[in-house]
Design a protein around this ligand. Structure first.
Ligand code: PLP
Length: 403
């Protein structure tokens, strides 16, 4: 057993050795956050344009979330899913009221929301035909790290060393109807799982034509269309759910990230047709739908789900895009600026890992996506002043690199 020093570990100690080496982290530990800003132990201040990878939709320490957590934790922190809880009922009601869905299953993360979606779709489809268990998803997508979600995540570098994956998962080219058609003709499919905008893959929107094809194929072949809106949901793209920007409604919608206002919470929203195939004991969770997470989630949803708030997301999204397009003209190396609402990708002509690191040093947090893209996904409370500051930091970093 390793001997632990009695003293508190400092930054100079190898604090990374405490953890499984799944992340490459450095710098001083974060200690608090307020609004758009994060603060570390060395008194560095960061303008947060990563929002905890799309989690902190209302920034840090938003009073509506803090008060909801405080009040709910005084009432009830956990009781288990053997019993109903008021906080869970209220969030379920609000989610169903504001979506196509008839039923919700709560979990704790995006990967679990997708696991539940895959299980529900398989149970529903296989109740009619035992061979109808295949799942189609798309290259470059991201659906999570557990075995079902990982098997649906068509990125070979994430599979290496973890095979064999789960049987019955197949992948085809994103935004390529011919490639999807070819795969769909080879097996009996229970479901198609798709991100309407590939987030981790580099902020790549699905075309309406592609999503329409998937919708029509699923309807015709009695398969479930699952939209993974774990990154795009809860207002991020300017509507509460991204699917509302198309004339397309999925059968299952998966949510997580901002859903619990920073407390772990996932949700799988389904139509009643799919729910009919599920009986008690088919699926479950100890923590999913925890009352504190649900109270924080409802407080978050109540702030976001207002016309004026959603409209401001679109306005701020256009403002960032305009500023970044101006920047693209003054520096070299930016290939494209794309996105929707406040989910913005800046594609560079090479790996931007060093740019993200230099921005952090200069006080701006950004997140890499795909191979060559930097994501800007600030809290949805972002202002024009915040955007001006962020773009100006990015500009100085790029200029100091001689771009
Ligand atoms: N689906 C999408 C679209 C995601 O972006 C992510 C996380 O990045 C996941 C699923 C997995 O979510 P989690 O990390 O909460 O398990």
């Amino acid at each position: 057993m390793r001997k632990r020093a009695e003293k508190k570990l400092k930054q100079s100690d190898d604090v990374n050795s405490l953890f499984m080496p799944t992340y490459k982290r450095n710098g001083s530990p974060l200690i608090c956050g307020k609004g758009m800003y994060l603060y570390d132990e060395d008194e560095n201040v960061y303008l947060d344009f990563g929002a905890g990878i799309a989690v902190n939709a209302l920034g840090h320490g938003h009073p509506a979330i803090v008060n909801a957590i405080r009040s709910q934790s005084e009432l009830l922190i956990h009781a288990s899913n053997l019993y109903l809880s008021r906080a869970q009922i209220d969030l379920a009601d609000a989610l169903l009221e504001n979506s196509f869905a008839d039923h919700v299953f709560f979990s704790n993360s995006g990967t679990e929301a997708n696991e539940a979606a895959i299980k529900f779709a398989r149970k529903w489809a296989s109740s009619k035909d035992k061979e109808k268990f295949h799942i189609l998803s798309f290259y470059n997508g991201f659906h999570g790290r557990t075995y079902g979600a990982l098997s649906a995540t068509a990125q070979e570098q994430l599979h290496e060393g973890f095979e064999p994956l789960v049987e019955g998962f197949h992948w085809s080219e994103f935004n390529n109807i011919k490639s999807a058609k070819k795969m769909l003709s080879q097996h009996k499919f229970a479901a198609i799982l798709v991100e309407p905008i590939q987030g981790e893959g580099g902020i790549i929107p699905a075309t309406e034509e592609f999503l329409n094809f998937l919708r029509n194929w699923c309807t015709k072949n009695k398969a479930a269309l699952i939209f993974d809106e774990i990154q795009t949901g809860m207002g991020r793209t300017g509507t509460l759910w991204n699917y509302q920007q198309y004339d397309i409604v999925p059968d299952i919608l998966t949510l997580a990230k901002p859903l619990g206002g920073g407390i772990p919470l996932g949700a799988t929203l389904c139509t009643s047709a799919i729910a009919k195939a599920i009986t008690p004991g088919n699926h479950g969770t100890t923590f999913g739908g925890n009352p504190v997470a649900c109270a924080a989630g409802l407080a978050t949803l109540n702030v976001i789900n207002k016309k004026s708030f959603l409209k401001n997301i679109v306005r701020m999204g256009s403002y960032i895009t305009k500023k970044l397009e101006q920047l693209q003209k003054t520096v070299t190396g930016i290939k494209e600026v794309r996105g929707c609402g406040l989910l913005i990708g800046i594609e560079f002509d090479s790996d931007p890992t060093a740019i993200v690191a230099a921005c952090k040093k200069a006080g701006l947090l950004l997140v890499k996506a795909g191979h060559n893209t930097v994501r800007m996904l600030p809290p949805l409370i972002v202002t024009k002043d915040d955007i001006d500051s962020a773009v100006s930091i990015l500009q100085s970093v790029l200029e100091s690199e001689g771009r």
